[in-house]
Unconditional design. Sequence first.
Length: 405
Amino acid sequence: MASRLPATFKRFSSTITVKPTPSKSHLHKPIPSTSFPEGYILTGIHAGIKKNASALDLAVILSTSPLPTSAAACFTRNAFKAAPVLVSEEVLEKNGGRAKGIVVNSGCANAVTGKKGLENAWKMAKATDELLRMVSVESHDQEQQQRETSSETLVMSTGVIGQHLPIDSILSALSSFKHPDSSTLFCSSFTAWENAAKAFMTTDTFPKLRARTFEIGGQIYRIAGMDKGAGMIHPNMRPAKTSAFSNAHGGGGGLHATLLACVLTDAPVSPKSLQSALSYAVDRSFNSISVDGEMSTNDTIIALANGAGALDSEAPEIDEETDKESYRVFRDELTEFTQDLAQLVVRDGEGATKFVKITVKVRFLPFALKEMTILSSLGRTALRKCTCHRVKDIHVCIGQDCVVR
């Protein structure tokens, strides 16, 4: 009997040939510096989080506009929210939708890290606040003095779950920006934007960066953004303190992927309207993509609007209630832009060789209630993925209203 085992196992064995994932470098191209929004400086550096000394792992984005900078965000609905998510939610709540800085690290998610993880996230925010004070100019914001004792920085982290940040290395890197010789690191050139986008990356194969211009009432504004994500992609993000559509999945040690994004514009938009527009856009972009059906503990998208592109510094902020037409134009531009960024994540999915669009049209029921339920089920099913993989060109279509999945 024992002598026959090898033959038995051989009879059931098979050889699997894994096709190499095609290069996706063509999706990243240089962008003219004039296409980026005014009033922002940023950089990306190596802070010692990743073992590879040549890998960028810390990005800092600062708004230098003398006008108030509105901030909005949508966060994961995962039951195990990471420390940077909790910190950013609190900053937005305390400041009434105002923030001027973003600090992002890759290589460590700072998730499932308890009290120490929360303390480390706050340390990152406070250290970036000091940089904001260095570059700040006289502000027209009447609420500025009220916020001097609180943070104006939002925090994002991505990487391995269940490990603590090398916080001393991060704080040392942030402190180094105070040195006079480091002033050239912060700028608004394409290289600065590209380095910041590279510092977002974990298993991504290329930096995801886009920029464009748009017009509202004869005024030209600019919008730019970057995101990251290749695995653990099935976002369900909502504004802070919102429990609707919660669909929590637990995180576990060893996982190391997340969807992070930031969108920056020099248009003047009120905090409430920026949040409204972002929520609308995210539902039709990032919340409508899936790679592997797993929701991260850290998923976050942040939007800043600093008004630096306005010709008249005294012009009122775009507001959903007082200027519906301008708001609608901005909302639709933001939605189209976030859809572009979201598609980059899908195209860079870990091992992905197919980009599939699923179109669903449902009558008589609200979009968010029914269409998203159908899309989510279709997007996650293994059978559908296997079917798509066997077809050279696939476009699953039901109805006419297209939503990317």
